[in-house]
Design a protein around this ligand. Structure first.
Ligand code: SAM
Length: 231
């Protein structure tokens, strides 16, 4: 038997208007998918698990995205689309040209909102393991913690890179982890690019057109997920 949280109970009772005896599919956030029969809809809904399966998705190369904080809804969009596209972890980055300064209360509320966006996106796309949302981190700290060790392939997408494209880095077979960095609306500074290069990050171009920040993230994630065999 399982007892569902108030929010899910309300959704089942008042939005979906389901009845006892009907069945729902429940995700436990760890890859488990459970078919359950509704037993009691008063208060917090109680359901009896009828069958369970384990989704083994996610055994391939991990894709981690470091995203320079974007203004307003653009960051919400990146959180939602990275979840749909199967990104394993998202690291919001405070880079030099990010708008606004750190504010513990406001940033805490943003983090909570992004977690809700991830949960809703998982339900919508049927993802059984939510994308991990890391704490907003200063750019320099993330570069220093990424270390110069192998740690898979580390790519900083830079609109001033003229030579290296993604296909120059192929093949990707056998990689456990690919980490990518994308800048805020104002881009990365030359000092930030130099710091990343010094820590083993490769600068890569997405072509000669300068993409809006959220476009660059969605395009690079989709291309990489295709090259990694996840799409
Ligand atoms: N320097 C840009 C400008 O003049 O508008 C600002 C940065 S761009 C709007 C935001 C981010 O998208 C960049 O930091 C980079 O990570 C990525 N980006 C955009 N176009 C790109 C391209 N052609 N190649 C690689 N990365 C790109």
């Amino acid at each position: 038997m399982v007892v569902l949280p108030e929010g899910e109970s309300h959704h089942i009772r008042s939005v979906l208007r389901l009845h006892t005896g009907q069945q729902v599919e429940l995700f436990d956030g760890c890859g488990g998918i459970h078919l359950a029969e509704l037993i009691d809809l008063s208060g917090k809904v109680r359901a009896r698990i009828v069958s369970s399966t384990l989704d083994r998705e996610g055994s391939g190369t991990q894709l981690w995205v470091g995203q320079g904080l974007l203004k307003g809804k653009n960051m919400d969009t990146v959180v939602q689309k990275c979840t749909e596209l199967g990104v394993n972890a998202l690291l919001p980055l405070m880079a030099s040209r990010c708008q606004g300064r750190p504010d513990l209360i406001r940033d805490g509320k943003k983090h909570e909102r992004w977690l809700r966006i991830i949960e809703e996106a998982c339900k919508q796309c049927g993802r059984t393991r939510p994308m991990e949302l890391l704490e907003t981190t200063p750019f320099q700290d993330s570069i220093e913690s990424s270390g110069t060790g192998s740690a898979g392939l580390k790519i900083l997408f830079w609109e001033e890179e003229r030579d290296v494209r993604l296909h120059d880095l192929l093949p990707f077979e056998g990689l456990d982890l690919v980490q990518i960095l994308l800048g805020p609306e104002g881009g990365f500074t030359k000092e930030e690019v130099a710091m990343a290069r010094g820590a083993g990050w490769r600068t890569v171009s997405l072509g000669k057109r300068i993409l809006r920040a959220e476009t660059a993230t969605l395009a690079s994630v989709a291309i990489l997920q295709h090259l990694l065999g996840a799409m």
